[in-house]
Write a protein of this length. Structure first.
Length: 359
């Protein structure tokens, strides 16, 4: 009997790594993220606006004491906003990270976000007053995006440290915050430039609440879009599978299929898009760069899988076909005809996927 291919032997002797994070017990949908972040930012922005209004009244007296009290009012407003947002995020993250240390996450959010705004407010409140007037709104957008990216990276990075060992892709949260705040901050800064000195307090607070609704919706959409990738598929794969589920554009559907299988050791569901070729009443998938991939190790023996093709999932059976298998040359030839530019090693195994009746 021919010896098994080294890659197959390695897969049998070295099972897929079991992540330290616990299995998911639920998932907050995108609507939940948008809804809670919108509510939190609306409340937080209103509180921050109330603090800013109080600070403006205190600054009518230019004494040092009043300036420091005004700074304290702004700090309290920033802490309130950070606490509201941190509570909303912790509730949503708990659906994906059951062991999330909520108190630690909340305190980290308050300290980092509140501290950032406290430091940023010092020059305006206790320094000299500028006489150059308000900055151009055209400059507010890029400045806000840059400030938001920096603040989001700091906040997201600090929050990530509280659960980094509990998820498979902790860095996703830092990236999500950086992007989310880079988009939300220009909204906040543009809205802050609108109120005039004569606006009634009620109007200012209402405007701040409305600003929070918009900024919170933007932030929630970004965070909610990235959150599933903390413990599941990467964002790119999720987007591609969504496109395949809709069946459009056709070029994507003709080039890729979705594959859903179960981990041999973890029992977790694995979903990913893969290139394929048709041949021998089956679909053939090439496994290139085997040392950087693990999903194929779950197909050493025949395995029940599901295939996403033509907009819907179908039951099928998949098996790993090493170069020593008599079917390998035909499968590799079919794949080579479909993807002539594919760079495959001579020893790279193939995966054969057939409908259940062809077992």
């Amino acid at each position: 009997m021919a010896e098994p291919h080294p890659a197959v032997s390695a897969a049998v002797s070295r099972p897929a790594r079991v992540p330290s994070a616990p299995p998911l017990v639920g998932s907050a949908g995108l609507r939940s993220w948008i809804g809670l972040c919108t509510t939190a930012e609306s409340v937080g922005m209103a509180a921050a606006a109330a603090a800013a209004t109080a600070a403006d009244e205190l600054l009518a007296d230019p004494s040092v004491l009043h300036r420091w009290v005004a700074w304290l009012a702004v700090l309290i407003g920033a802490i309130t906003e950070a606490a509201a947002l941190g509570m909303a995020q912790s509730v949503l993250l708990r659906t994906r990270i059951p062991v999330l240390r909520t108190t630690r996450f909340l305190l980290t959010t308050v300290v980092v976000a509140g501290g950032f705004w406290a430091v940023a407010s010092v020059p305006a409140l206790i320094g000299s007053v500028s006489e150059t007037g308000e900055p151009s709104r055209l400059l507010i957008v890029p400045a806000g995006a840059a400030l938001g990216a920096v603040a989001g990276a700091l906040l997201g990075g600090a929050q990530t440290m509280t659960f980094r060992s509990q998820v498979t892709r902790p860095w996703v949260w830092t990236v999500a915050n950086m992007i989310g705040w880079a988009l939300a901050m220009p909204v906040i800064m543009l809205a802050a430039s609108v109120p005039a000195a004569g606006w009634p307090t009620v109007t200012v607070l209402s405007w701040a609440g409305l600003t929070g609704l918009v900024a919170g919706a933007v932030l929630g959409a970004v965070l909610g879009g990235f959150a599933p990738s903390l413990q599941g598929m990467c964002l790119h794969n999720r987007v591609v599978l969504t496109v395949l589920r809709r069946g459009r554009p056709r070029r994507v559907s003709e080039a890729l299929i979705g594959l859903r299988l179960t981990g041999r050791r973890t029992g977790r569901e694995i979903r990913l898009p893969v290139k394929y070729a048709e041949g021998d009443a089956a679909l053939w998938v090439a496994v290139g760069r085997t040392e950087h991939k693990t999903w194929w190790r779950n197909l050493i023996a025949r395995a029940d899988v599901e295939v996403l093709q033509n907009g819907s999932w179908h039951r099928a059976v998949a098996e790993l076909v090493p170069p020593t298998d008599p079917r390998y040359p035909d499968g590799r030839a079919a794949y080579g005809r479909r993807w002539p530019r594919a760079r495959l090693g001579r020893a790279d195994p193939m995966v054969r996927i057939a409908e259940e009746e062809h077992r």
